[in-house]
Every structure is written in structure tokens, then in C-alpha cells.
Design a protein around this ligand. Structure first.
Ligand code: NAP
Length: 485
């Protein structure tokens, strides 16, 4: 098997592209990427709403081996990020190994090999499977009464209808997460009237987005200049302070963030009644922090209204509030987030002795270090369950996870075996993770959010960034069993 190791990668998003490049570098020749969509970029392909951008600094939101001196802005727009991933995909000839519009229906571990069945009723075999399926891409539509009664246009933020002219329309945006805030910031003043329906107010950090000059871009062609501009020491210090703030709401960093958010609100909202409605009742960082200097000006424009009265139902002509007022609308945008507990699903995945992944994940999704699942040998996940989906670059996280996976693949290649994480190790790890997660601000901060799983436990890495880095530096082989040696 070592010479002809076949690897299947699920997804051609940021982490699938990364996996393919790293595996090629590693000398693996037989790689297939299965992509259910018709293009590259994952979340950056599926999301195309107005105002879409990334709140991680542009130069840090790149692969470490493929920095980009040409970013237009300090924080990049969605289309520019998508273009970056497409460029790398083609530069590495990944189009030669990628099957688009090919959705995997089932994955079964049979006689030491993964059997993969696709929507085209074709069967493939692989020795190793890498799930690079992303987290935030299964749209969540809320269970609001009358949702199908609306006579106008309606869509989820990740299914933007670009054929629709919004200029003369009354638009309602439901949701005040990062997505809703970016959409409202972009559309305010660009349509007849914009209504922002907010169920829970959010804390916001200011984020000024400037652009790089041509001289700067030219100077960044020299890796030394780019590296200096990226100021890794300062960046990773900030990441560490941020991750400590998530773990301890009384830490110095948490207090500084809280102070900055309160000052931002105080300084930039001029009407006391509006300020009251925009003041959250939870600790900053409990929900995913919003980074924006555009929203407060946007919501104070005369063509924009914040609606904090709860939604009662959706009716033919718009949205009825709990005070029985009806807001007339032409378009409703659901910026209501994603089902974040899917990972490999809806793929039907069966491990050793036919164990069904949905059964193992009945309570909620679990994986050792968010990478490996017991009884699913040689199946590894990038950005899997309970990983660090905080406010730092997920690309950096995926790179570290991929290095870890490559260490395991090295063993598979050398020893011609399957690697299976031990069940007891995984259970102990998850118990410790859950206990630590209950000390984080996601749990103690007095809010609900997509960070909480079905059991009410934060589904995220509950230790610091440095801890993550250390853990990823080398697999602890005692945690794994080598099968069929
Ligand atoms: P989200 O954070 O889950 O926010 C969903 C919003 O919809 C919340 O405001 C929620 O209100 C509201 N909502 C849900 N059901 C509702 C209902 N029945 N009635 C009224 N309101 C309802 O989703 P998101 O904004 O799409 O963001 C998801 C994640 O994507 C972010 O946290 C972030 O990690 C990522 N993201 C990142 C960027 C970036 O710049 N890097 C940009 C966009 C998204 P409650 O708060 O009351 O539940």
C-alpha cells in the first residue's frame, strides 16, 4: 500500500486545497478531491453577500507558504479571498485531481479500505480520507411562524440572490451576527429602507479597513518587507491575549476588550434610546465578537431602522412584531447563521464493524483533538469538531492540523498500517475538554451562541493558542493504535 497510497479529500475549500498541496509535497501521487459544488473556495464560494469580508488581517489570512503581496485592503473582501484560493488551486494543478459537482453519499471502512460512493453512483476506494468539509456552510433557517407566507423575495445570507435589484426595495435583515452586521453596513443607504431585526445586541470592536498603496504592494514583493509588515510577534501576542480573554472573562485582555467595546458604543451612537437597544446584556466575547466601524454609522442613517422588538411571525406583507406592528417589506434576508454540527454529515459514514458515525455523535460531535474519531481509522478531519474556531486565522489552524496528520500518514506509509485513535483516550480527552469549556466566557458570559452544542457545552478549543500549537507540534503516539501491522 505504501507506494500507491490513495488519499481522498472531501472539499475544495481552504483546508481541502491545503491538504492536497501538502500531500503532493509529501510525495503522495494518488489524490482525489471530491467537491460537491461547481467551484473552489468553500465558504468563500458559498457566501457572496454584499459587504462580505474577513476580519482577520489580510496578510495573516493566507497560507504560510503562499503569502500574497497584492492584497488591496488591510482586511480583504470575500471576492478577493476567493480569487486567492482559485489562483492557488490552479497554480498547483489541483483541477487535474478534483471532481466537481461530486457529492459523497457514503463512506464505509471495509476490509481495510475506505469505500466512497458518490451522487453519480460511482464507487471509489481510498486508504486515507481527509474530511475538509468546513464548519459554517449549512444554512440555518429559523423556525419563525409563517416563514413561507411572505409574498416578497426571501433568502439566506449564504444564498444571495444577485439577480434582484435592491435599490427601490424595503429590505429586512434578520440577525446581528458577523454576517448580518456586514450586510446592514453595506446596504444602508443603498435601498429604499433597511430594517435590521435584532434579537440580541452584540458587542463591537472598531475595525478601520484601509487600503494598501501601490508602493506598499511593490515593497511586499520582498518577503523580508512583507514579514516585517506582518509583525508576527505583535500579531501572535494579540492572538494569545485574545485566547486568554476567552478562557477568563476577568483577565486583563478581557477587561481591555470590554472597555474598548463599551467606548466604541458610547462614542459612536448618539441617540440614548438607540444606545440602550444596542447595549448587550452579556459579557463581551460570549458571542463571537463583531469587528466593525461601519455598522454604527450605517444603523444611524435615516434610511435604516433597528428593530429590537421581538418578531412574532412572518406575514404576507412583511414581519409582524410582538407589539402587533407589521413592518412592510419587499425582501427578507435571513442572516441567521449556520448548522454548525454537521462536519462530515450528511455523508453516511461507517467505521470498523459498520459503526455509524451519527450514532457515535448522537450526543454531539466529538473527535480526538478535533482530528481523529475512534473506530474510523485513517479518517482525519481538518477544522473538525471542537477545534479553535475563535477569532484567529483558521488557515493557520488548518496548517497545524495538517502537519499533525502528515506525521500520522508518515507512519501509515512506513508501517503499512491503519491508525485508529483509542476510544478511552478520546473519551478522556473530551471529558477534560468539556470541563475546560465550561470555564470559558462562551459558557459563563450569559448568552447563547452557535458555540454551544446540543448539550449546552461550548464546541470549541477551550485552551490557549499556545496550548494548541504545542499539542499540534507532534502526535502522541500512545493515543493511537496501529492496526494490521
Ligand atoms: P450567527 O453568528 O450564528 O448569527 C445568527 C444571528 O441570527 C444572531 O443574531 C441570532 O440571534 C439571529 N437569529 C437566529 N435565529 C433567529 C430568530 N428565530 N429570530 C431572530 N433572530 C434570529 O451567524 P453569522 O452572522 O452568519 O455568523 C456565523 C459565523 O460566521 C461568525 O460567528 C463568524 O465566525 C463567521 N463569520 C466570519 C466573518 C468574518 O469576517 N471573519 C464574517 C461573517 C461570518 P441571537 O444572537 O439572539 O441568537
Amino acid at each position: 500500500m505504501s507506494e500507491n497510497l490513495k488519499v481522498a479529500i472531501i472539499g475544495a475549500g481552504m483546508s481541502g486545497i491545503l491538504a492536497a498541496i501538502k500531500l503532493k509535497e509529501f510525495g503522495i501521487k494518488n489524490i482525489t478531491i471530491f467537491e460537491k459544488g461547481d467551484g473552489v473556495g468553500g465558504t468563500w464560494r458559498e457566501n457572496s453577500y454584499p459587504g462580505l469580508h474577513c476580519d482577520v488581517p489580510s496578510h495573516h489570512y493566507t497560507y504560510s507558504f503562499e503569502r500574497n503581496p497584492n492584497w488591496s485592503n488591510y482586511y480583504s473582501s470575500g471576492p478577493e479571498i476567493r480569487k486567492y484560493f482559485e489562483g492557488i488551486f490552479f497554480k498547483n494543478d489541483l483541477d487535474q485531481i478534483c471532481l466537481f459537482k461530486t457529492e459523497i453519499i457514503s463512506l464505509s471502512f471495509k476490509e481495510g479500505v475506505w469505500e466512497i460512493i458518490t451522487n453519480k453512483s460511482k464507487t471509489y476506494k481510498a486508504n486515507i480520507v481527509i474530511g475538509a468539509t468546513g464548519v459554517l456552510h449549512h444554512p440555518y433557517l429559523p423556525d419563525i411562524e409563517g416563514i413561507n407566507n411572505f409574498n416578497g423575495d426571501k433568502f439566506h445570507s449564504a444564498r444571495w440572490d444577485h439577480g434582484l435589484s435592491l435599490k427601490d426595495k424595503k429590505i429586512g435583515v434578520i440577525g446581528s451576527g458577523s454576517t448580518g452586521i456586514q450586510i446592514v453596513s453595506a446596504l444602508s443607504g443603498k435601498c429604499k429602507h433597511l430594517y435590521h431585526f435584532q434579537r440580541t445586541a452584540q458587542w463591537m470592536m472598531p475595525l478601520e479597513n484601509g487600503s494598501f498603496s501601490d508602493e506598499e504592494k511593490l515593497s511586499f514583493q520582498d518577503p523580508k518587507n512583507l514579514s516585517e509588515a506582518m509583525n508576527f510577534e505583535e500579531y501572535f501576542n494579540a492572538v494569545e491575549i485574545y485566547s486568554q480573554a476567552l478562557l477568563d472573562k476577568n483577565s486583563i485582555g478581557a477587561n481591555e476588550i470590554a472597555f474598548a467595546c463599551k467606548e466604541n458604543l458610547e462614542k459612536n451612537i448618539h441617540n440614548e434610546e438607540l444606545k440602550k437597544r444596542l447595549t448587550p446584556d452579556h459579557t463581551p466575547l460570549c458571542k463571537r465578537l463583531i469587528w466593525s466601524s461601519d455598522y454604527y454609522p450605517a444603523i444611524q442613517r435615516s434610511e435604516c431602522t433597528l428593530i429590537a422588538e421581538p418578531i412574532k411571525k412572518i406575514v404576507n406583507e412583511g414581519i409582524e412584531l410582538s407589539d402587533n406592528n407589521v413592518i412592510d417589506l419587499d425582501v427578507i434576508v435571513f442572516a441567521t447563521g449556520f448548522k454548525v454540527d454537521q462536519f462530515l454529515r450528511p455523508i453516511k459514514t461507517f467505521g470498523i464493524d459498520g459503526i455509524y458515525l451519527d450514532d457515535y455523535w448522537k450526543e454531539y460531535p466529538k473527535a480526538y483533538l478535533s482530528i481523529a474519531i475512534p473506530k474510523f481509522p485513517n479518517l482525519f478531519l481538518l477544522n473538525g469538531p471542537n477545534g479553535p474556531v475563535g477569532n484567529f486565522s483558521l488557515i493557520d489552524i488548518a496548517e497545524q492540523q495538517m502537519n499533525y496528520i502528515l506525521e500520522l500518514i508518515k507512519i501509515i506509509r512506513k508501517r503499512q498500517c491503519h491508525i485508529d485513535v483509542k476510544t478511552d483516550i478520546t473519551e478522556t480527552y473530551e471529558r477534560e475538554r468539556a470541563a475546560a469549556a465550561k470555564k470559558t466566557v462562551w459558557y459563563t458570559g450569559g448568552c447563547t451562541s452557535w458555540y454551544l452544542n446540543a448539550a449546552g457545552i461550548p464546541a470549541s478549543w477551550p485552551w490557549t493558542y499556545k496550548d494548541f500549537k504545542k499539542e499540534m507540534s507532534k502526535p502522541d503516539l500512545d493515543a493511537f493504535e496501529l492496526l494490521n501491522e
